[in-house]
Design a protein around this ligand. Structure first.
Ligand code: ZN
Length: 137
């Protein structure tokens, strides 16, 4: 189904396409409208989502399936990945500046904010490898 919802930032009506059986609250409709709106705040929301996705891919490159390509052993615990991915979101929001996790048998992983708004993922296992997701704006 589609519904016109005013963007909470700019107020223009945005056509939202949502599942027929959704239980969206009014607030969730507004968030959806903002996430697809063409206004500057809508673009910022999408840019932030893209940066978070890139930083989470970087976690995968250093700690997940891509780790072996960087001569590192993948971290098997899904829970550790959950913590690291949550840390990326908190760094993106500015709720935390960094989080360092010492993984049993897996070295150290640090998620941190850069001075230019990057989100850095650094893994140290005897040697270090760091990947950065830059702000898209
Ligand atoms: Zn808008």
């Amino acid at each position: 189904m589609t519904r016109e919802v005013p963007c909470p930032s700019c107020g223009q009506l945005v056509i939202c396409t949502v599942p027929d059986d959704n239980n969206y609250t009014e607030k969730e409709y507004q968030q959806h409208a903002l996430s697809i709106c063409t206004c500057p705040m809508g673009r910022k929301v999408r840019a932030t989502e893209a940066q978070i996705a890139e930083a989470q891919d970087n976690i995968n490159m250093l700690c997940g399936e891509g780790a072996e390509g960087n001569s590192m052993t993948p971290i098997e615990s899904e829970d550790v990945h959950t913590i690291l991915k949550m840390a990326v979101k908190l760094v993106s929001k500015g709720t935390i500046f960094d989080l360092t996790v010492r993984v049993s048998g897996g070295g150290t992983v640090k998620i941190s904010a850069g001075t230019k708004g990057q989100i850095k993922v650094k893994r140290t296992v005897g040697f270090s490898e760091q990947l950065e997701a830059n702000q898209k704006l």
